[in-house]
Design a protein around this ligand. Structure first.
Ligand code: FAD
Length: 597
């Protein structure tokens, strides 16, 4: 029982109550699934008449064992909606949300909340802790909904990891890498530019300008919304008070002063930080992604520990600056989560770029020497001798900051890894405290944090918002880019989902050929029974932009005809999405004849 606290109650049928004028009305949304734990008044379904739409609320708390309706069904007063294992008492902790604290273990018992007896320097309706993409979006949405909002952030600029040391600076540098590679490739087409001259200070300056433009924009938008920012490290004193140890300077230099903020409601958005391997020495030549983005030097030979997206993106940047790269990964493949056929394309293109990719291999020891970092390895592809590197990038994952914010004083449950579990409204076990973003679980991505932020702020403002995404896309902005959304083939197989797929090779795309980059493909996965799209993936240049169409198609429940009959502009890479859908139907004329379905 992932919900913690439920179970053993009586099974009841929940029916549509008297909802006034709504008779024989279609259901436009089903907001719960079997297995969900719900609270009284949680919205179950949305119905729509020709005048208005309306949510049907839960009559009581419990666990949904069976949903008896689907979108499109027509209901009236008395129509059964679902079966509920009813329970009187409130849950100890909510079930993790779709992307939430990833394991489904029973939640830990709630800690005894503390009581703050002192006063407060500031009072607000909504306090948001952390100003990353989750936090600033939550604060701005809450303010837009009329709540007096305070945003607490320890660093000088808003934007969190994503804007300051994550998504944005990495993409600024990856853009440089892509243009450099494209310019180099022109030699094959008759235009030679010569060897690039790198001015590292100027490059760093440009990256910082990009970051500054965006974070400065956030500060302006906070002001425009009258969101009050408090600069310092926040720690809960009790369920309604947060103490902020004020900071100054670029980092987290304490001023020695504190401020106590009293709040009615709170959204925790304190994010995550890089994991550091314990046996790796403290040495300026060992960096995490933040250090790598600082671009202090261009090492001759670099080891990237961890073959996930962040490691491979940074490896792409340094490779284009001329660094020789080796990658070591404990697992048997790179970019966990992506289907292997996509990764194979990436591997083929990158084989000449990286000296070595050592899979199923572990970094056993690192010694900091004057002449470099001496690394020994263990495992299937370990070199016999220790190797010497000028720089090591550690990118072995990120750990949530849940254990560093005094959550126990507020009575909020944090698991042993630092994740906070939430329900689908992003509510923690404490009803007026919500949590969003990296701190609630995988996938740790900015777009997930932003969407959760909106739901949490809206739910806190009394709206019936729920986080119920069918898909959260993942993108490796490598060269080529690798992007996937919805179900992967690996997931379909593991979950026993019967699916059909179509793969449109970019070798048949006029635009990809004209770009000199036709190694990629576009893959779509459809449910064999409903024919609705359930997943899709693209490997190739700009795959990260192209995947959005598949994201929308999955959310809209499109079938191959919807996608294939949509006229896409020619000649574009985006056409490959339409053509993959046509291929599924057996009506694609840009490939040799297919079997008609
Ligand atoms: P964060 O961005 O971590 O923000 C949390 C904020 O809370 C921080 O500013 C922190 O200083 C503050 N904070 C924490 N504790 C306290 C406290 N006690 N008091 C005051 N303030 C506190 N995601 C993508 O979607 N696309 C990408 O391309 C992408 N690229 C990435 C590249 C790199 C190199 C890295 C490291 C990450 C990347 N990510 C990317 C992930 C993305 O950055 C995160 O998922 C996202 O920033 C999470 O947002 P968040 O609001 O949950 O937390």
């Amino acid at each position: 029982d992932a919900g913690g606290g439920y179970g053993g109650g009586s099974l009841e049928e929940v029916r549509v109550p008297d909802i006034g004028d709504f008779s024989d009305v279609p259901i436009i949304e089903v907001l719960v699934r079997a297995g969900d734990t719900i609270r009284p008044e949680d919205p179950l379904i949305t119905v729509e008449s020709d005048k208005a739409s309306m949510d049907v609320p839960a009559p009581k708390a419990g666990r949904v064992t069976d949903v008896l309706v689907a979108v499109g069904d027509r209901v009236s007063e008395g129509s059964p909606i679902l079966m509920l294992e009813a329970q009187g008492k409130a849950p100890a902790a909510p079930s993790p949300s779709a992307g939430g604290a990833s394991d489904k273990k029973a939640a830990a018992p709630a800690p005894q909340a503390a009581t703050h007896t002192g006063g407060a320097d500031l009072e607000c309706e909504m306090l948001v802790l952390g100003a990353g993409p989750g936090g600033y979006s939550a604060a701005f949405r809450a303010a837009d909904l009329g709540m007096k909002t305070v945003l607490v952030e320890r660093y000088a600029s808003l934007g969190g990891v994503c804007l300051n040391v994550g998504c944005i600076p990495s993409k600024a540098l990856l853009h440089v890498a892509a243009v450099t590679e494209a310019a180099n490739a022109m030699a094959d087409h008759g235009i030679a530019f010569g060897k690039p001259k790198i001015d590292l200070d100027k490059l760093r300056g440009w990256k910082e300008k990009v970051v500054g433009k965006l974070t400065g924009g956030l500060a302006g938008m906070a002001k425009a919304r009258k969101v009050q920012t408090v600069r310092g490290v926040g720690k809960f004193l009790d369920p309604h008070h947060l103490e902020v140890a004020l900071t100054r300077g670029d980092g987290r230099e304490p001023t020695g002063d504190t401020q106590v903020v009293k709040f009615d409601k709170c959204i925790i958005a304190a994010g995550s930080q890089s994991v550091k391997l314990p046996f790796i020495p403290d040495d300026p030549r060992v960096v995490d992604s933040t250090g790598a983005l600082e671009l202090t030097s261009i090492p001759k030979r670099m080891l990237v520990i961890g073959g996930g997206i962040i490691g491979l993106e940074m490896a792409t940047v340094y490779a284009s600056l001329g660094t020789r790269i080796e990658v070591v990964e404990m697992l048997d493949g790179l970019m966990t989560g992506a289907d292997r056929d996509l990764v194979k394309v990436w591997e083929k293109v990158n084989a000449p770029r990286f000296d070595k990719v050592m899979l199923k291999t572990r970094t056993a020891d690192v010694k900091a020497q004057k002449n470099g970092l001496k690394v020994s390895f263990e495992g299937d592809n370990a070199p016999a001798e220790p190797q010497l590197y000028d720089m090591i990038l550690q990118s072995v994952g990120r750990r949530p900051n849940g254990n560093k914010i005094g959550a126990e004083n507020a009575g909020v449950v944090v698991d042993e890894r630092g994740f906070i579990a939430t329900d689908k409204q992003l509510r923690t076990n404490v009803g007026h405290i919500f949590a969003i973003g990296d701190i609630i679980g995988q996938p740790m991505l900015a777009h997930k944090a932003v969407h959760e932020a909106h739901v949490a702020a809206e739910a806190a403002a009394g709206q019936k918002s729920v986080f119920d995404a069918r898909q959260i896309p993942s993108v490796a902005y490598t060269d080529p880019e690798v992007a996937w959304a919805g179900k992967t083939e690996t997931e379909c197989k593991a979950e026993g989902i019967k699916y059909g797929k179509a793969v449109f090779p970019w070798a048949a795309s006029g635009r990809a050929i004209a770009n000199g980059r036709d190694e990629g493909f576009t893959k779509v996965l459809f449910d064999e029974e409903t024919h609705r799209i359930i997943g899709g993936a693209i490997v190739g240049t700009q795959a990260g932009d192209l995947i959005s169409e598949l994201c929308l198609a999955i959310e809209m429940g499109c079938d191959p005809v919807d996608i294939g009959k949509t006229i896409h502009p020619h000649p574009t890479l985006g056409e490959s999405v339409g053509m993959a859908a046509e291929l599924f139907e057996g009506v694609c004329t840009d490939l040799p004849p297919q079997k008609k379905r």
